[in-house]
Design a protein around this ligand. Structure first.
Ligand SMILES: [Zn+2]
Ligand SMILES: [Zn+2]
Length: 257
């Protein structure tokens, strides 16, 4: 572009500033609203077959009804392989959508590029998930998955807490940061399945059990991958007296079994 053309386009931008794009995918001309393509991705996720317990989209499930053990087969139909084996620490988990496409892009910008304002877009979508899932309406208090103090200093904010604040505001429920992370842990994604639980052992603590005692907790995090982190937090919350834990995350991985 020639110097004058560039100057002219900059001048035009100054006089007629371009409309802000979609906050998730950046598509231009969306007036700062989530665009129809991103909304469609979320709607498509809600229509996919999903595990009844962890809410992740399921692929590659093979069922055989030849064994005659119909109940076990039905359990396999509604629950993914991970959920059939996992300790029942949380009642259910649900997410806005799969951790790919526009949602992955949005969470990446939110978490690693420090675009904190994205919590204002993710929060209402999380509240929508809450309203479409009747069991969730037992929720009485909103608790974010905490960060260790060293990670919090490094990042400057806890992404789960920003989301939890928006969710609590949208649902008119109290936000309660009753849980703390007492030590830093290795990133879960770097570990094998069997190492993940050991990595999280005694990492979380409820500082003031009075705040959650006998109450149904909505536990908020950014991404549900294998569920080890929210599983451990739910175990700690239940041991501290929480009645039940329902997990809400902005995105979730895919279940392959
Ligand atoms: Zn978009
Ligand atoms: Zn599952």
């Amino acid at each position: 572009m020639s110097y004058f053309k560039k100057l002219w386009s900059e001048l035009l931008n100054l006089v007629f500033p371009p409309l802000p794009g979609c906050p998730f995918c950046g598509r231009a001309g969306e007036n700062g609203e989530i665009c129809s393509f991103c909304r469609q991705e979320i709607i498509d996720f809600q229509r996919q077959p999903r595990c009844n317990r962890c809410g992740r989209a399921q692929t590659g499930k093979k069922l055989s009804f030849s064994s005659g053990k119909i109940l076990a087969q039905l359990d396999r139909l509604f629950n993914c392989a991970d959920c059939l084996n996992r300790e029942k620490t949380f009642k259910m988990a649900r997410a806005i959508g799969t951790y790919e496409g526009c949602l992955k892009e949005a969470i990446h910008k939110f978490k690693f590029k420090r675009q904190r304002y994205l919590a204002q877009f993710l929060g209402p979508l999380l509240a929508d998930v809450f309203w479409t899932c009747p069991a969730y309406q037992e929720g009485q208090v909103v608790v974010p998955v905490p960060l260790a103090p060293s990670r919090l200093r490094e990042r400057g904010f806890n992404q789960a807490e920003l989301l939890a604040r928006e969710v609590a505001g949208a649902l008119n429920l109290p936000l309660c940061s009753a849980m703390v992370k007492v030590r830093e842990t290795a990133p879960q994604t770097s570990l094998k399945r069997e190492q993940r639980m050991d990595n999280l052992k005694e990492a979380f603590k409820v500082e003031d059990p009075f705040l959650i005692a006998g109450r149904t907790v909505l536990l908020i995090d950014d991404v549900f991958t294998t569920g080890a982190t929210v599983g451990e937090c739910s175990r700690v919350l239940t041991n501290a007296g929480a009645k039940e834990v329902y997990v809400l995350t902005a995105a979730a991985g895919i279940s392959y079994g």
